[in-house]
Design a protein around this ligand. Structure first.
Ligand code: SF4
Length: 650
């Protein structure tokens, strides 16, 4: 078979980028043979169009599987839709693509009702109550979409149109449906039955309830889909977050006040829970940003004792009761024209998850944090240590591809996600841009190592930041391992003599992008694993807005009892590699992602500076060949400045 000829029928561009043809062939074979493919393909290698070309090629050979693409951001989802449209127009091959963002993103009510800032969980419950008509209010969009249990005449008309288009972007689906008074999410769900390609978030595969509800109605079976997980470097972390449930004393206090205001019988229980959690935090002397593990069923015991009920049946009944009361409060709030938020319902849901978390891999903990008013508060939580328990669904899928620009240590993903080793194939594409346009420097005179953290080190780091800022022209982004470290260093930075933005909890990507565009020589101070260090693109039509990215200290996961529990668990499971998998790999991932904001296309030029002496140790072994080849280590800041200047002059 002439593969090049086959791919040329679908590939809609004049030429392939470096390594792209190899990637398409690799994906094609994986899709065709039901393999689990791991693809590390740097930014700028055209991953989305490669996936779609490979899929169209296997499909043209008669393989009747559907493609499920899972993305992390809406922007990535839109890219897939645009590329699919390009392929469809170029090849004249009809393909039905259904984009599926979250229910709230697709809800037209959000734009004109006071529900924009309602947390996602509250929105889902509100929407469910509207659909089941358990509130006085109805959702007119939903009512117009269905006539009884069948799609209405208007919905059928919208479905016909969308089917005729073949490929629509989320915005187009939204507009078409909203203009007809229909619910875009429900219409998209109806369209799934006809879909060849579904593009949605990770939740559609990894959340059991979501998967079952979507897949069953659309007759989607795991053994009949090809699944592509984009930005898969974040999958282990995403899966851990997915199983994390928390409730704070702030929420308990709000729930308690809410119950009093609406004269709910749950008020007394919520007060007892609040007192119990506060007392627990005080007895264990939990400090802000400190996490303490709660062994076995200690947390359940503390809570059930405070409520004077038995640990399982009593707590379980109470969880249900609190949820019911919470939903009643939500509907009272709605009838008063208030946002449909119920803190009480959240508490009930947390208790329910706590009771269900009997698996030995769940750990429970209490964490201290400082609230906006400066008061010390606590958060109780539970988390599943082992992401493979959720990732196991991947082994049931016909063909899987995990891909990312930084899927660097593939053994880590195979082992931590427990992928079926007999089905795994790997491809790592080289860095596609001119290496001389990217300098990688290491300042080996400072560190943010936990045991070395002290005022003297912060002063030195701040001094080096000031020196680098004076030496480097253009926009710079500094990424710290945590807000804690950033704030510690910030107090010694003084005036950097350039416009500076410090990321905080409320900073958005748009804030930072706008700041970079509006200022000359701007400085961004942000955190690794934050909102502006991963999955965002700081470039415009001319090129990258950044001239350098500085990693201020290796972004190891924060040292807490929870992190220690993960390390212990991984060491027991993976032996020697366990420590690396729990600590080094997440650190390298965060480093790679932050550094990845710098160069986005071949013409971009810039510097990556890593300010941490540990970079020359075991971390270096985890870096790709091109990084190790180009990395220059400096033990004197003056020499680093000279290298910076000569790179800029070149
Ligand atoms: S049914 Fe659709 S339109 Fe109505 S609230 Fe839910 S998501 Fe929004």
């Amino acid at each position: 078979m002439d593969y090049k000829e086959l791919f040329a029928k679908f590939f809609p561009y004049k030429s392939y980028r470096a390594g792209q043809l190899k990637a398409i062939r690799f994906l094609f074979e994986a899709f065709r043979n039901g393999r689990i493919a791991l693809l590390s393909s740097p930014c700028g290698t055209g991953k989305s169009v490669s996936v779609l070309t490979a899929y169209m090629a296997v499909r043209s050979l008669g393989l009747s599987k559907r493609l499920l693409v899972l993305t992390r951001t809406r922007n990535q989802l839109e890219i897939y839709c645009r590329e699919a449209r390009r392929i469809s127009q170029f090849s004249s091959e009809k393909v039905m693509v259904v984009p599926l963002t979250g229910r709230k993103h697709m809800c037209p009510k959000v734009s004109f009702e006071n529900i924009k800032d309602v947390p996602y969980g509250d929105f889902l419950r509100y929407c469910k109550s509207l659909r089941s008509r358990s509130l006085n209010e109805k959702c007119t969009f939903y009512e117009t979409t269905f006539s009884g249990r069948r799609p209405s005449w208007s919905a059928l008309k919208a479905l016909d149109k969308l089917e005729m288009f073949g490929v629509s972007t989320p915005h187009e689906v939204f507009k078409l449906c909203a203009d007809l008074g229909l619910c875009p999410y429900e219409v998209s769900k109806l369209l799934l039955k006809k879909a060849d390609v579904i593009v949605g978030s990770y939740n559609y595969l990894f959340m059991d309830a979501v998967r079952e509800s979507i897949f069953t109605k659309a007759f989607i079976h795991l053994e009949n889909i090809i699944c592509v997980v984009d930005e898969a470097h974040s999958l282990p972390n995403y899966l851990t977050e997915l199983t994390t449930e928390t409730i704070s004393t702030v929420s308990l206090e709000r729930a308690s006040r809410e119950c009093e205001r609406y004269s709910s019988n749950a008020a007394e229980y919520l007060r007892s829970l609040l007192t119990a959690v506060k007392r627990l935090g005080q007895e264990l002397q939990v400090q802000p940003d400190e996490v303490k593990l709660l062994e076995g069923s200690y947390l359940e015991d503390v809570l059930s004792d405070s409520l004077n009920v038995s640990r399982y049946n009593g707590l379980s009944e109470l969880a249900r009761f609190i949820q019911e009361e919470g939903e009643a409060i939500r509907s009272m709030k709605i009838s008063e024209g208030l946002p449909p938020i119920s803190y009480t319902s959240r508490v009930g849901i947390f208790l329910e998850h706590l009771i269900e978390s009997e698996h030995p891999n769940f750990v429970k903990y209490i964490e201290g944090f400082t609230f906006r008013d400066g008061s010390l508060n606590y958060r109780i939580g539970l988390r599943l240590l082992d992401p493979s328990l959720i990732a196991s669904v991947l082994n049931d899928v016909y063909a899987v591809t995990l891909m990312s620009g930084t899927l660097w240590d593939m053994d880590y993903y195979v082992e931590v996600l427990d992928l079926d080793k007999n089905r795994v194939d790997r491809l790592e594409l080289p860095y596609p841009f001119p290496e001389e346009n990217r300098a990688i420097f290491v300042d080996a005179t400072v560190t943010t190592k936990f045991t070395k953290r002290c005022e003297e080190e912060w002063v030195k780091i701040a001094e080096h930041i000031k020196i680098l800022r004076r030496a480097i022209e253009g926009a710079m982004a500094f990424f710290f391992p945590s807000y804690e470290v950033m704030n510690a260093v910030k107090q010694y930075c003084g005036d950097l003599e350039t416009p500076v933005i410090y990321e905080d909890e409320d900073t958005s990507f748009e804030d930072v992008y706008g700041f970079l565009k509006a200022n000359s020589n701007p400085t961004v101070m942000a955190v690794a694993r934050g909102k502006v260090s991963e999955g965002v693109d700081f470039s415009d039509e001319v090129g990258s807005l950044l001239s350098s990215v500085v990693i201020v200290g290796l972004p190891y996961p924060k040292k807490t009892e929870l992190q220690d529990a993960l390390t212990k668990y991984f060491v027991e499971k993976f032996g020697e590699k366990g420590y690396e998998y729990a600590n080094l790999n997440p650190c390298v991932n965060a480093l790679a992602q932050a550094a990845g904001r710098l160069i986005r296309r071949p013409e971009d030029k810039g510097m990556i500076v890593i300010m941490d002496s540990r970079t020359t140790g075991r971390i270096a072994e985890k870096l790709p060949e091109d990084w190790r080849r180009n990395m220059r280590v400096f033990r004197k800041i003056e020499n680093l400045v000279k290298a910076v200047k000569s790179f800029q002059d070149f």
